[in-house]
Write a protein that binds this ligand. Structure first.
Ligand SMILES: Cc1cc2nc3c(=O)[nH]c(=O)nc-3n(C[C@H](O)[C@H](O)[C@H](O)COP(=O)(O)OP(=O)(O)OC[C@H]3O[C@@H](n4cnc5c(N)ncnc54)[C@H](O)[C@@H]3O)c2cc1C
Length: 443
């Protein structure tokens, strides 16, 4: 089949674009430079324990409509277990456990009454959350040029409520410190995730390794429709002449021509593919230079006994913000937990030994059982370029799918999705690129 569309990148964005185009009868050729697909959302076997390890715990949400559609199309939606209703446990350093559970009521009451009934908040904090909910319902306009911290203070959210609740949500959703993260983006996430419907508020946790959730099934889908998916094929540059993209040049020197090209690579990697002059002169491509990365650190720990029965919990006031009980989540007899430190700018240069020492100290503070447990094995994963840093300054620079170069389209979690860098943003961007190609009649 002739190549209608060449897709560069086999993460969620590229695979979503490939699936959507294949679904509509296009001949797709997808290339990834790595020996595996999945990009920043993948899993692998730990050689020491044989356990499946994600490059970092990924959480889905009921409001991930495009992602749910993608997984339904490729037949893997049942590999993500969605909660019946949003339920989150929080732990304090003294081991005190509290729970926020939404109710089966229309939005926003499902959340607001859940907050009122929860032991996670003082009476005063409950009033503050209600105030924020009321203001979200009344306010039609997004906060303009504010950080999350400034916005929450404007809405009368106390310092303790911010530290123990909003900061945990902000760092988890935006992977950035509230003092610099974009308030408009956070407000949008809150509206979509918490204030739309009980079904949208549910969390979804993969019950298999992340790659098994989508990688092979998406590649198989593209191949079954007549397309090609190849790993270990690095694109070195775009073939652009007279304002038109005609294909790509690989690092081997080989050229592949195509009617259209979708770049689904991270912003900083696109810079290397664009002709230098275009990068300098074309304002559309400016964010490729301006977006800054925000890191995530994950520590996987294997113990000789269970340290908690909880599936996951937010750790209030800790360096590592969330704990995931991988053995329990996967339904395996493994005492394997994963700790997550998002927005990890301050810690990314720390040694693995120091990070491990902090993680163990915190686990023993938060989980009394951890004091008796012996560490069997550990694995520290630093994702330096986990997401882009979502400050309000960069939001308007994020580019749409259609570029000024004919035949070239962009996808990726960093493009103009109106969402932070997430799976859902990546999938939406892949779908948007596919739609733009179809609308332009380029197949
Ligand atoms: C540790 C961690 C935890 C996260 N947690 C969550 C979470 O809980 N929920 C959530 O929704 N999101 C989460 N995210 C964000 C989510 O993983 C990303 O937003 C999403 O995976 C981005 O997908 P993408 O396809 O845009 O980019 P990528 O996954 O980066 O895919 C780009 C692909 O392009 C390939 N590529 C690059 N250059 C070339 C080239 N020259 N030639 C060929 N191929 C090339 C790369 O190898 C890569 O496979 C997390 C991210 C990390 C790192």
């Amino acid at each position: 089949m002739p190549v209608d569309v060449l897709v560069i990148g086999g993460g969620f964005a590229g695979l979503a674009a490939g699936v959507a185009l294949s679904e509509r009868g296009c001949g797709v050729h997808l290339l990834d430079q790595k020996s595996y697909l999945g990009g920043r959302a993948r899993s692998f076997l730990d050689p020491t324990t044989g356990s499946l390890v994600d490059n970092g715990q990924h959480i889905f949400m009921g409001c991930y409509h495009a992602t749910i559609r993608l997984l339904s199309t490729i037949g893997t939606l049942d590999r993500v277990r969605f909660q019946e209703r949003l339920t989150v446990h929080f732990l304090d350093r003294n081991g005190r456990l509290s729970r926020l559970e939404c109710l089966d009521l229309p939005s926003p009451w499902h959340l607001l009454l859940g907050v009122i009934r929860s032991g996670s908040f003082t009476f005063r904090e409950k009033l503050e959350v209600l105030r924020l909910g009321r203001s979200l319902r009344r306010q039609k306009e997004s906060p303009d040029r504010l950080s999350v911290r400034e916005w929450l203070c404007e809405l009368g959210q106390s310092e303790t409520l911010q530290r123990n609740f909003w900061d945990l949500l902000c760092i988890a959703a935006l992977n950035e410190d509230p003092s610099i993260a974009n308030a408009a983006l956070f407000e949008r996430v809150l509206r979509l995730a918490l204030f739309t419907s009980p079904a949208d508020s549910r969390l979804g946790i993969p019950r298999v390794g992340l790659s098994e959730v989508y990688v092979d099934a998406a590649a198989d889908y593209i191949r079954a429709k007549g397309g090609q998916v190849e790993c270990g094929r690095a694109v070195a540059g775009l073939l652009v002449s007279e304002g038109q993209c005609r294909g790509v040049r690989l690092s081997t020197g080989e050229q592949i021509e195509a009617e259209s090209v979708v770049s689904a690579v991270p912003s900083f990697q696109l810079a290397a593919l664009l002709p230098g002059e275009m990068l300098r002169r074309e304002p559309y491509f400016a964010p490729v230079v301006f977006l800054r990365p925000a890191p995530i650190i994950s520590i996987n720990l294997w113990f000789d006994r269970a340290i908690t029965d909880l599936e996951f919990a937010g750790l209030r006031g800790a360096t590592f913000q969330w704990l995931f009980n991988k053995g329990k989540i996967f339904g395996l007899d493994e005492n394997h937990v994963s700790l997550v430190l998002s927005g990890a700018h301050r810690y990314i240069a720390s040694s693995k030994e120091d990070l491990l020492a902090t993680a163990l100290r915190e686990l023993r503070d938060f989980f009394p059982e951890a004091r008796k447990a012996n560490l069997v094995h550990s694995l520290v994963i630093k994702e330096r370029f986990a997401t882009f840093s979502p400050t309000w300054e960069v939001e308007e620079l994020r580019p749409t799918a259609r570029t000024p170069v004919r035949g070239l389209y962009l996808a990726g979690d960093w493009t103009a999705t109106g969402l932070p860098a997430t799976i859902e943003g990546a999938v939406q961007s892949g779908y948007a690129a596919a739609s733009a190609i179809m609308d332009d009649g380029r197949t």
